[in-house]
Design a protein around this ligand. Structure first.
Ligand SMILES: NC(=O)c1ccc[n+]([C@@H]2O[C@H](COP(=O)([O-])OP(=O)(O)OC[C@H]3O[C@@H](n4cnc5c(N)ncnc54)[C@H](OP(=O)(O)O)[C@@H]3O)[C@@H](O)[C@H]2O)c1
Length: 278
C-alpha cells in the first residue's frame, strides 16, 4: 500500500493520478476529503494535518511507502515535519519519500531550505528507508515572478535557477515510489537549463504581449518593496533569501535526474512558455 499526503495539492494530486494510472493501490491522506481526487484503487483517509500526531498514526497505519509532501511554509513547519516522520515510524511505515529542496543544508542561504535539511536529517536517524527528492523552483511559478507592473524584483544579481515543471517532478516521484533501488538516494530534480532572472524576463516578454523586466534589488530594497505585505519576519526572510540564494549560486544546479528517473527530458523554460502562449 502506497500512501500519498498533499493529494489535494498540485504535486501530491499529480502523483496520485500517476499511481492510479499505473494500477497501484494507494491511500490519500488529506485534511479535506471533499477536495481529494477520485481515482480507481484509491482510498481516502482524513486527518488533521502534520500537527495531528494521533490522526497521522491512524492514517499511516498499513502503509509501506509514504510520499511525505512538505507542508506549506509556516513558522513551525520543521516541527510539523518531525511530527509527521515520527507518526510514520510509529505506524510502521517502511519507507518515506520526502519532497525536499535544492541546496538543502544547515547553512543554506534560502532559510526554507534549512527546514528541508533538518527534516531530511530527522528522517535519516529513524532507521527506516528513505528517498529525498530535492526540487528546484517549480517552472509553473515562473510566470508569476513578475508583479502587476511587469517587474521581477529581488536581490538575485545574475545568479541562475533551473526551474523544473511540476509534471516532471510528479513523473520522477512516481518512479521513486514504485520502483526498487531508490533507497537512501537523494535526487536533485531540475529543468534542463540554468537561466538568470533577466533571461526569464526576456522569455516572458517574448511569449506574451507585455514587457517584463528584471530589477536587481539590494536586500534592503527588497525588504522595503515587500513591507506593504506586513509579513512576519520568518516569511519575509524566506521570500528575500530565495533571491539571495540565487545570487549565491545555490539554485544553479542542473542534473539529469529527471531523465534518469522518467526516461524523458525535462521541459525547459522556453518550451514551457511557448506551450502556454499557443
Ligand atoms: N519547489 C518550489 O518552487 C516550491 C514552491 C512552493 C512550495 N513548495 C513546497 O512544495 C510543496 C508541494 O507543492 P505544491 O505545489 O503541491 O503545493 P500545494 O498545491 O499548495 O499543495 C500542498 C499540499 O500539501 C498539503 N499540506 C500543506 N500543509 C500541510 C500541513 N501542515 N499538514 C498536512 N497537509 C498539508 C495541502 O493540503 P490542503 O489542501 O489541505 O491545504 C496540499 O494538499 C509545498 O507544500 C511546499 O512545501 C515548493
Amino acid at each position: 500500500m502506497l500512501g500519498t499526503t498533499g493529494a489535494t495539492g498540485e504535486i501530491g494530486g499529480r502523483v496520485a493520478r500517476r499511481l492510479a494510472k499505473l494500477g497501484k493501490t494507494q491511500r490519500l491522506i488529506v485534511r479535506d476529503p471533499a477536495r481529494a481526487p477520485e481515482l480507481p484503487g484509491t482510498e481516502v483517509v482524513s486527518f488533521g494535518g502534520y500537527d495531528d500526531p494521533d490522526g497521522m498514526v491512524r492514517a499511516f497505519t498499513g502503509i509501506t511507502t509514504l510520499l511525505l509532501v512538505s507542508a506549506r511554509e509556516t513558522a513551525d513547519r520543521l516541527e510539523q515535519h518531525k511530527l509527521a516522520v515520527d507518526a510514520a515510524v510509529a505506524a510502521g511505515v517502511e519507507r518515506i519519500v520526502y519532497t525536499s529542496f535544492i541546496g538543502a543544508a544547515a547553512d543554506a542561504t534560502f532559510t526554507f531550505a534549512r527546514d528541508h535539511f533538518h527534516t531530511e536529517e530527522h528522517i535519516r536517524t529513524q532507521g527506516i528507508s528513505f528517498t529525498f527528492s530535492r526540487q528546484n523552483l517549480y517552472m509553473d511559478l515562473v510566470p508569476l515572478l513578475g508583479g502587476d507592473d511587469g517587474v521581477i524584483r529581488g536581490p538575485a544579481g545574475d545568479g541562475r535557477i533551473a526551474p523544473v515543471l511540476r509534471d516532471d517532478v510528479a513523473d520522477a516521484l512516481a518512479a521513486m515510489l514504485t520502483e526498487p533501488d531508490h533507497d537512501a538516494a537523494t535526487y536533485e530534480l531540475t529543468g534542463p537549463d540554468a537561466v538568470t532572472l533577466a533571461e526569464i524576463a526576456a522569455e516572458l516578454s517574448r511569449a506574451s504581449d507585455r514587457t517584463v523586466r528584471y530589477v536587481d534589488e539590494t536586500p534592503e530594497e527588497a525588504r522595503a518593496s515587500r513591507a506593504k505585505y506586513n509579513a512576519p519576519a520568518w516569511q519575509l526572510e524566506g521570500w528575500i533569501t530565495t533571491y539571495t540564494a540565487i545570487a549565491a549560486g545555490e539554485f544553479n544546479v542542473v542534473t539529469d535526474h529527471v531523465t534518469r528517473l522518467t526516461e524523458h527530458e525535462p521541459v525547459g523554460v522556453r518550451e514551457f512558455l511557448s506551450r502556454r502562449s499557443d
